[in-house]
Each structure stands twice: as structure tokens, then as C-alpha cells.
Design a protein around this ligand. Structure first.
Ligand code: C2E
Ligand code: MG
Ligand code: MG
Length: 651
């Protein structure tokens, strides 16, 4: 029972003096745990006093405090009483516990933590530090952290660091350091001055994270982003950077600069016949040869596939020709991969700054144009870009733009050229030939615009339009009672490679009402022989639908007899180049005779195109050619004129 309490009691417990006098400590629940009270009672009974008992007390509001209690048995007016004094040590205990937590956190942090005095002597280092550096605590306490310096961190970094620290500011940066065993690692570091409560700086604190792995990843990502993974040559992106830089230098120094576009001539063959693995190793070998042939300041890059772009700073046309010759020789040297000896060549297009282009895109494009032009005529050579090619590519760009609108603007038209049977002189068919008349560009030859349309996919809608228009026209003629005829339509390589071609043709036949046996598709020999296996498969599918095929320009495409036998083809069209000099050239005579004999032994018909004279006609008839087509009978005619022609010649 409390006899009296002081102000300190009131402050500590929240109870007012009047509330507690006459009550026991149990009644006001001042003990948070009765075990503490028990310990007090035991000590008092044993010793008559108790010193510094640490106990937890409850306040009036239920909150707790840690107190240090001393108590003593006394006699007041002959009665035994207890005098107790309690000091609140909650704050002390809290500080202790948070200090403990803090030191554990520092000690166990995965980051290295070092504390130095102002002279940079290490006073403290945590476990991570010993782990990362390989030094024991004994070895580093009292040392300067510069024992970690690798010599690879730029001097400016340290200067910057001290510039911050000496004015009391924190510093962040990257340090390349050295472990005890000499290995190198990279750290992201934060160094800061440690201030006392009065603002005095007494220590430096370093918290550092090992970022070696992250840096390696960054380097790897950098490598991936800028270099071709197969050959390790700079890729397009890196090339852009280098070329832009080279252009700016050339501009400043008033120098020339050469850009070369190299395309390997028969790489596809190597890949197809020996597999990608050998193909890849071949490319790596070529990449190495190219690099060895040029100087360090030149750039050799790979754009993918078998195309390389090279940049030569401070090089004029003569130098470029010399270098190109060396590169061709380096590529042409036989190359041994596993047991295969590979011999190949390349075609090089060259564009010079500033004459052939001012910008990266222009230079690369023009070098590419020169390379492509070269490939059309020969191989294993180099070729400079010329103004004539420039004019050509400008016209091509114009044509492509115009061609995109040709269909919508109704600028396309079909002409029909009669095909005549040599048996009885009847017109047995017509070849549909595309015509394009542009309001400004005039009449453009299909020989010029069809390859362009093929390059950018325009041939697909145009080809479909031709098929539909030709089929509809023939159906109208047949319905109008014109003699039974077949319409021949030229098919582009691109169309022929479309898997849905048979479907498209069937749909058009259905839509126009023309029966399949009135349509014949002309496929050039070169296309059929480009990928003969695929050609056989496509021909089979068309054949299944009753669609007839003929091989156009036959004699120019090096047909393999074994494939020709498997082609489901109805007719061979003897190329006009053999017909032209037929009456004078014994060789052409022999070829034409051979083709006719070949066709008849394979069960195919023959038609000769480009027949212009009676002499040619007589020879073809003599050899047993089935049909003819050419100016001797008629030029390709617009539909109405073709009708008139038919009326005059079917009597
Ligand atoms: P091609 O299929 O071999 O067509 C024969 C070419 O020879 C046509 O030229 C025709 O007008 C021409 N020709 C016909 N008879 C004679 C003659 O007696 N003497 C001479 N010197 N030439 C004659 P065109 O119309 O300029 O077509 C050229 C090429 O363009 C065609 O060669 C064909 O490969 C292509 N082509 C034409 N129309 C189309 C089409 O609709 N689609 C596709 N993919 N190509 C087409
Ligand atoms: Mg044709
Ligand atoms: Mg032809």
C-alpha cells in the first residue's frame, strides 16, 4: 500500500498522488510482469535491500517503461515499510538496441563499408570488405584504402572525389580496384564525411557495391548492340557511327573517302550444299581475311548474310581500285573448312565521297547500286558508281512511285498477240502482254517496269489484275462466238513462288467463268530452273487444277533435262533470240531443231516467238514446230483491234 509518492512517480507512471495513496502496487497494476515484483520481494526478504533491479512497469495509460529500481526496507513509526527509487532507463535501452541493430546491419551488409579518420586511415571495415578484397581486418586497420588502387581508375576520378570530400560533400562514382590477389573488380562507391552533432567532420564513410558483373553485362550488351555476333565485325549501327565520323573528318580535311559494298558471289551455294555450320565458318574466315587486308583505321562491317560494307578514310579512286583488287584476291584464295576446299569470289561496288554522295545513306546505296550493276554482267570484279547509274536509279525511283498508282489510275492495259498453228494457219490463242502508258513518262516497256514491280511486291496486285483482265476478255470473246482459243498469261517469278497461286488462279477462273483449259500460264525457264524442286511441286498443284503451263524464253536458262522431264509442262516457247538469225546462223538452226526434237520426245508442244519473216517461218515449219507468234503475223494489239484481226484471218 502506497504511503506516499513523489512528483517523479507521477511523471513516470501517469498516476496522480491522490489516486494511489492507500492502494497497493498490484491494485494499480504498476508491474508489467509479476515476476519482476517477485524478484524484488525475494531480494528484500534475503538482503533487506535491492539495488538496480531492471524491471518493466506499466503506466496508467497501459504503455510500458523500463526502470531501474532500488529499494530498501525501513521502519516508519515502528511499522516496516519499503522505500523505493526508480529511474527511467527506457531511452537508454532503446538507444542500445538500435545501436546493436545498426552495427549488425553495417557488419552484415552485402556492401563493403569502411570508416576512416580524416587522414584516411581505416578505423573500421565490415565483413563484406574482407570478403570482396581478400584482406583480413588485421591487414587493413590503420592502412590507407589506396592499397586497393589498381591504377585503372582515371586520376580525374580521385581528384573529383577529394574535391567533394574536402568541402564536406558526399561523392558518388565508380572505382576500378584491385583485390589482394591482384584481380580487378569494379565498385560503385558513395563516400561521405561523417559529422558529429556539432557539425565537426571527424571521419569518412565509404559504402561500395561490387558492380563487376553488371559492368560485364553492360559491356556484353554494348558488344551485342554494335557488333555482328557471328564475325565480331561492327554491325550496321556501329558502321553508321564510324562512317558518319569518317565523313565529318573527310569534310574537315577536304579528303576523299571510299565506301565499298562487297557481296560474295556464290555464298548461297555453300550454305545450301554444305549446311549453315560450314557457311558460318566460311563467313568468319572471309571476315578475318577482309580485316587483315585493310588498315586499322578502315572499317570492315557485316550487314548480315554475305554482305560486307567497308569504309576507307582518306582514299581516292586509284587507291580504292588497288584495295578492291587486294580484297578480291584475298577472297578468291581457297579456303579449307573441315575437309572442304571452298573457292569463291565476290563482287565489289565502290562509291566515293564527296562525288558519289554526301551522306552515309547515299554512299552505301550507291556502292550497292554499283555492286548490283556489276552482278548483272560479271562476277569476281569491282565496279565504281557512275553518274549514268545515278540517272538510272533516279528514273527507277520515279517509275516505282508512278507504278504504285498505275492500277488505280487505269494506266495499265493489255495487248494481245495472236498465236498461230502451223498445221492449218488458224489463230489458236493469244498472249496477253502488259502495257503501261503514264501521262508524263509516256509508254514504259514491261521489260523495264516488270523487274521494278517485282522488287517491291507491286507485281502481286498487278499480276492478279493481268490474270483477271485476260481471263475476262477471253471469256467474253468465247461467249461472243469467236473461234476456240487459249489465253496465255505471263507469270512473274514472285507470283510463281506464292504458295496461294493455284488458289488465286482458281478463284479468278471461277469469277470470270473461263474454264481452266482456256488458260495457259507462261513461266520463264530461268524461274523454273532457279529452284526446280519447288517448281515441280508448284507445277503439280497447278496441273491438278487443270491449268496449263508453258516455258517461256526456252533455250536461255540452262534447263536440266532430268528436271525438264518432271515438269508438268504443255509447251516450250523457243526464245526469240534463236529465231532472229535462224536463216543465217547454223548454230541457231541447230539449237531450234534440238529444242523441237526434245519437246516432241518429252511429249510437249513447241511455239516459236519473235517470228518476223517468211524465211524463219519456213524453217520452223520444216522442223515440225507446232505454233508461231511474231510480227510476221501481228504485233500485240489492243482488244478491239485483235477482234478485227481475228475476223480478217479466220475466214
Ligand atoms: P515475253 O513473254 O517473252 O514476250 C514476248 C515479247 O516479244 C513481247 O515484248 C512482245 O511484244 C515481243 N515480240 C512479239 N513478237 C515479236 C517479234 O516478232 N519481234 C520482236 N522483236 N519482238 C516481238 P513485250 O510486250 O515488250 O514484253 C517483254 C517482256 O515483258 C515479256 O517477254 C514478258 O517477259 C514481260 N511481260 C509482258 N507482259 C507481262 C505480264 O503481264 N506479266 C509479266 N510477269 N511479265 C510480262
Ligand atoms: Mg511471254
Ligand atoms: Mg519470251
Amino acid at each position: 500500500m502506497y504511503l506516499d509518492v513523489n512528483e517523479g512517480f507521477e511523471r513516470l507512471t501517469g498516476w496522480h498522488r491522490d489516486e494511489v495513496i492507500g492502494k497497493t502496487s498490484l491494485e494499480i497494476s504498476v508491474w508489467h510482469s509479476t515476476a519482476d515484483r517477485k524478484r524484488l520481494v525475494e531480494r528484500l526478504q534475503r538482503d533487506g535491500f535491492c539495488e538496480n533491479l531492471e524491471a518493466t512497469f506499466a503506466r496508467k495509460d497501459g504503455s510500458t517503461l523500463t526502470g531501474l529500481m532500488s529499494a530498501k526496507g525501513v521502519e516508519i513509526k515502528g511499522e516496516p515499510c519499503i522505500l523505493s527509487i526508480t529511474r527511467d532507463i527506457s531511452h537508454l535501452r532503446q538507444t542500445e538496441s538500435s545501436l546493436l541493430k545498426l552495427s549488425l546491419a553495417v557488419e552484415q551488409s552485402p556492401n563493403t563499408i569502411v570508416i576512416t579518420d580524416l587522414d584516411a586511415h581505416i578505423e573500421y571495415a565490415n565483413k563484406a570488405f574482407t570478403h570482396v578484397t581478400g584482406y583480413s581486418l588485421d591487414e587493413v586497420i590503420g592502412q590507407n584504402p589506396n592499397i586497393l588502387q589498381s591504377g585503372m581508375t582515371p586520376k580525374a576520378t580521385y581528384e573529383d572525389m577529394w574535391a567533394h570530400l574536402t568541402v564536406g560533400k558526399a561523392w558518388h562514382g565508380e572505382l576500378t580496384n584491385k583485390r589482394k590477389d591482384g584481380s580487378i573488380y569494379i565498385e560503385a562507391a558513395t563516400l561521405s564525411p561523417v559529422r558529429q552533432a556539432d557539425g565537426r567532420i571527424t571521419h569518412y564513410l565509404a559504402v561500395k557495391e561490387n558492380i563487376t558483373d553488371r559492368k560485364m553485362d553492360e559491356a556484353r550488351i554494348e558488344q551485342l548492340a554494335n557488333f555482328d555476333h557471328l564475325t565480331n565485325l561492327p554491325n550496321r549501327r556501329m558502321l553508321n557511327e564510324r562512317l558518319n565520323y569518317a565523313i565529318s573528318l573527310a569534310q574537315r580535311n577536304d579528303e576523299k573517302l571510299a565506301v565499298m559494298f562487297i557481296d560474295l558471289d556464290n555464298f548461297q551455294n555453300i550454305n545450301d550444299s554444305l549446311g549453315h555450320n560450314i557457311g558460318d565458318r566460311y563467313l568468319i574466315e572471309i571476315a578475318n581475311r577482309l580485316k587483315q587486308t585493310v588498315r586499322d583505321e578502315d572499317t570492315v562491317s557485316r550487314l548480315g548474310g554475305d554482305e560486307f560494307i567497308l569504309v576507307f578514310p582518306a582514299v581516292n579512286a586509284d587507291d580504292a581500285a588497288l584495295i578492291a583488287g587486294k580484297l578480291l584476291a584475298a577472297i578468291a584464295r581457297p579456303c579449307l573448312i573441315e575437309q572442304h576446299e571452298l573457292i569463291n569470289s565476290a563482287s565489289i561496288g565502290i562509291a566515293l565521297y564527296p562525288d558519289d554522295g554526301q551522306t552515309l545513306d547515299e554512299l552505301v546505296k550507291n556502292a550497292d547500286t554499283a555492286m548490283n550493276r556489276l552482278k548483272q554482267s560479271s562476277r569476281n570484279d569491282y565496279c565504281f558508281f557512275t553518274q549514268e547509274m545515278q540517272a538510272h536509279s533516279v528514273r527507277n525511283a520515279q517509275l516505282v512511285t508512278a507504278l504504285r498508282q498505275a492500277l488505280a489510275r487505269n494506266e495499265l492495259q493489255l495487248h494481245y498477240q495472236p498465236q498461230v498453228s502451223l498445221l492449218d494457219g488458224r489463230v489458236i490463242g493469244a498472249e496477253a502482254l502488259l502495257r503501261w502508258r503514264h501521262p508524263e513518262l509516256g509508254v514504259v516497256s514491261p521489260a523495264e517496269f516488270i523487274p521494278l514491280a517485282e522488287e517491291n511486291g507491286l507485281i502481286i496486285p498487278i499480276g492478279e489484275w493481268v490474270l483477271r483482265t485476260a481471263a475476262r476478255q477471253m471469256q467474253q470473246w468465247l461467249a461472243a462466238g469467236l473461234p476456240d482459243m487459249v489465253i496465255a498469261v505471263n507469270l512473274s517469278a514472285i507470283q510463281f513462288r506464292q504458295p496461294k497461286l493455284p488458289e488465286t488462279v482458281s478463284q479468278i477462273l471461277e469469277a470470270t467463268g473461263l474454264s481452266a483449259d482456256h488458260l495457259e500460264l507462261e513461266l520463264t525457264e530461268a524461274v523454273a530452273m532457279d529452284d526446280p524442286q519447288a517448281a515441280v511441286a508448284m507445277m503439280d498443284k497447278l496441273h491438278e487444277r487443270g491449268i496449263r503451263l508453258s516455258i517461256d524464253d526456252f533455250g536461255t536458262g540452262y534447263s536440266s533435262l532430268s528436271y525438264l522431264k518432271r515438269f508438268k509442262v504443255y509447251k516450250l516457247k523457243i526464245d526469240q533470240s534463236f529465231v532472229r538469225d535462224l536463216t543465217d546462223d547454223p548454230e541457231d538452226k541447230a539449237i531450234v531443231t534440238a529444242i523441237i526434237n526434245l519437246a516432241s520426245s518429252l511429249g510437249m508442244h513447241t511455239i516459236a516467238e519473235g517470228v518476223e519473216t517468211a524465211g524463219q517461218l519456213a524453217y520452223l515449219r520444216l522442223q515440225g514446230c507446232d505454233e508461231v507468234q511474231g510480227y510476221y503475223f501481228s504485233k500485240p494489239l489492243p482488244a478491239t483491234e485483235f477482234e478485227t484481226y481475228l475476223q480478217q484471218h479466220s475466214a
